[in-house]
Design a protein around this ligand. Structure first.
Ligand code: BTN
Length: 294
């Protein structure tokens, strides 16, 4: 799709949003959207900011990005159509829509961007796995009719590697770097993302989720991973897939029924990747998972 067609198509998609604001500088787009929802704004509302002064990531970490080098946005949902144990599908559809959009806008091969469970978007290349984007999902009123969820995503877009913070330079990347120096227009990425998000949200409202697409993007499958728990303990296990019903990471456990057990998002602080194992017959990382079709 050409640049003009993406932009034109996306402008019609703005009608899907109950409220959309493009803001110059905010503390955190998640806070902006949470405030709108407290005022009674219906779903789906969208705040996009050029700069955040107190951007945050999972587990209280800071999220920093220079103005013009990242796309930072938050979406507000009233997901009464999802049972509490399927709320994880909201950040998942945001990550999937962004991965699709980013591949197109950066001219990357389809499937090059992967998800690192639960919702990081990463680039997996010979030189290792580097983080491109992170998702922060915050829900309130879970299990009640007043359930609200704010899903924020930050994507490193036009950030040059020489400007990466030194302490993160070895573990992060940007779309500009992943595409070997192609300038990335964050507005175009936003437009492409909105085009892909709407059908995924409409499907969720109808009880459908792209389990296969979610499985296929997982980078953890077939790798040894180090699971760090909130209490500081850690375990090294083989990740064997993900569960399309619970959203769990599936890991090998000889003592568990079926030889595997589930780790839910709330149980894990951090997942660190070991080397990928290759399927000798196909030359690609092995894939697996437990699926449901809706
Ligand atoms: C993570 O990787 O830990 C999640 C990072 C999420 C960052 C985004 S940027 C837009 C939104 N506002 C925030 O304060 N955080 C999210």
């Amino acid at each position: 799709m050409t640049t003009e067609r993406v932009a034109a198509a996306a402008s019609t998609r703005i009608a899907f949003f109950s409220r959309y604001e493009r803001l110059r500088s905010v503390t955190s787009t998640n806070d902006i959207v949470r405030g709108w929802m407290a005022e009674g704004t219906p779903e789906v509302c969208l705040a996009v900011a050029d700069e955040q002064t107190a951007g945050r990531g999972r587990l209280g970490r800071a999220w920093i990005a220079p103005s013009g080098a990242a796309l930072m946005l938050s979406l507000g949902f009233l997901p009464r159509y999802l049972p509490p144990d399927r709320l994880w599908r909201l950040p998942a559809v945001v990550a999937l829509a962004m991965a699709d959009a980013a591949e197109e806008v950066a001219g990357l091969p389809i499937g090059m961007l992967r998800l690192k469970w639960p919702n990081d978007i990463v680039v997996a290349a010979d030189e290792g796995v580097r983080k491109l984007a992170g998702v922060l999902s915050e829900a309130e009123g879970t299990g009640t009719a007043a359930v609200q969820a704010v899903v924020g995503i930050g994507v490193n877009t036009d950030w040059r590697s020489e400007d990466f913070p030194p302490e993160l330079a070895g573990s992060m990347t940007s779309l500009r770097e992943a595409s070997r120096g192609r300038p990335i227009d964050s507005d175009l990425l936003l437009a492409a993302f909105l085009l892909r998000l709407e059908p995924r949200v409409l499907a969720l409202r109808d009880g459908h989720f792209d389990v296969a697409g979610w499985h296929d993007r997982q980078v953890t499958t077939g790798r040894m991973v180090r699971i760090e728990m909130p209490d500081g303990s850690a375990q090294e296990v083989r990740a064997v897939g993900v569960d399309g019903a619970s959203g769990a990471l599936l890991v090998e456990d000889a003592a568990a029924p079926g030889g595997e057990r589930e780790l839910l998002v709330g149980e894990v602080a951090h997942v660190r990747l070991g080397p990928a194992e290759r399927d000798a017959t196909r030359g690609a990382p092995v894939s697996g998972g437990r699926g449901v079709t809706s």
